[in-house]
Write a protein that binds this ligand. Structure first.
Ligand code: KG4
Ligand code: ZN
Length: 356
């Protein structure tokens, strides 16, 4: 079965063609990084406009690269949510139009379920049951995955997502955008033990996360060394670009120490969940799963539990449409091919990854 996947939940316009939920025939991602960079974050209005501009060419290119025409496609899968509503509506609108015009089945997919199913696009697909850590700019969730579509949320962030913490710290330090990628790069030349930032493990036994404290700890650490005569008019010190001269450590040490604290918590909670639920597999996905330090630490720690780890290649960790096509394939199989056009984009999806 050939599925055309369409993804437009945030700042990437993507389309992909995937066979039988496993084999990627094409995957095209048009990034909006350049558009949002001057603002240091995603501007929703600009995001929707850019999706509108490029979505049709992106879909055409995906079909062309896969060497298939629209009539060869067996079904269309689109991200229904969660995400920015204006952005989601572009993908959902185009997908409905295509389905209506061609009579092809259309399946609405949860973006987070897509992230989990990215792991199934790798050569050695994971086995069930699994613990899946989905760690992105908007989410930091732990799931117990019993089977396709049988997914239970067992832990979540109570405040910032891990990717959000990376982005906010990078913005505060004026390091550039997108923050996670910049910090990953810069941290390679820093000492992760230079500063001991707090690790928030919450209550004993909790599988939830909290990353706002570590972000504040970085800000407080840096502010102590700022020239307080330069303030933002509200008595808040600014001036991060010239920090390097005044700090007792390098900026690279600060970001390496910050990254280490975030990674420590992500790795420990994931391993605890894997042991508690006695799973046979650990899966990690979402944009932050592209982080080199997190990947290295997970590989070591999960191996020490004697469990296999599925870490999709970085381009399958960040937003893409191949994962949406894969999720659509399994969802359609579950619903025995039932589908309809009567659904809306959902910006905030209730707790669970799966819509079932
Ligand atoms: O999954 P994703 O592409 O979009 C969302 O659904 O949020 O994740 C984007 C997030 C951003 O916060 C970005 O800074 C982070 O993933 N990210 C990284 C890295 N690459 C992307 N964070 C740390 N290290 C990276 N290498
Ligand atoms: Zn995502």
């Amino acid at each position: 079965m050939i599925v055309l996947g369409i993804e437009s939940s945030c700042d990437e316009t993507a389309a992909a063609v995937v066979e039988d939920g496993r084999r990627i025939l094409s995957s095209v991602v048009s990034s909006q990084i350049v558009i949002h960079r001057p603002y240091g974050g995603v501007v929703p209005e600009l995001a929707s406009r850019q999706h509108l501009k490029v979505i049709v060419p992106v879909i055409s290119e995906a079909l062309q690269r896969a060497g298939v025409d629209l009539p060869d496609v067996d079904a269309i899968a689109v991200t229904q949510g969660p995400g920015l509503v204006g952005s989601l509506l572009v993908g959902v609108g185009v997908a409905k139009g295509l389905a209506y015009a061609t009579g092809k089945p259309l399946v609405a997919v949860n973006h987070l379920e897509g992230h989990i199913l990215a792991a199934f696009l790798e050569d050695s697909p994971p086995s069930f049951p699994a613990i899946a850590l989905v760690v992105s700019g908007g989410h930091t969730n732990l799931y117990y995955v019993k089977d396709y579509g049988d997914i239970t949320l067992v832990g979540r962030t109570r405040d910032d997502a891990a990717g959000e913490a990376f982005d906010k710290v990078a913005k505060f330090l004026d390091l550039g955008y997108p923050g996670g990628v910049v910090i990953d790069e810069l941290a390679r030349s820093g000492n992760p033990k230079a500063i001991t930032f707090p690790r928030s493990y919450l209550e004993k036994d909790s599988l939830d996360f909290s990353f706002s404290g570590i972000k504040t700890a970085v800000v407080n650490f840096v502010r102590r060394y700022l020239d307080t005569t330069q303030d933002d008019g509200n008595g808040i010190a600014v001036g991060a670009p010239s920090l390097g001269n005044q700090l007792p450590v390098q900026i690279a040490d600060i970001v390496a120490s910050f990254q280490e604290a975030v990674v420590d918590v992500l790795v420990e909670k994931t391993c605890t969940a894997a042991q508690r639920f006695e799973v046979s597999q650990v899966v990690v996905a979402g944009g932050v799963a592209a982080n080199s330090r997190l990947r290295q630490r997970l590989q070591d720690q999960v191996a020490s539990l004697g469990l296999p780890l599925e870490l999709p290649r970085p381009e399958l960790c960040t937003d893409n449409a191949a994962m949406i096509a894969a999720a659509g394939f399994y969802r359609l199989r579950q619903t025995n091919g039932d589908w309809d056009l009567d659904f809306d984009a959902i910006s905030r999806w209730p707790d669970l990854a799966a819509s079932s």
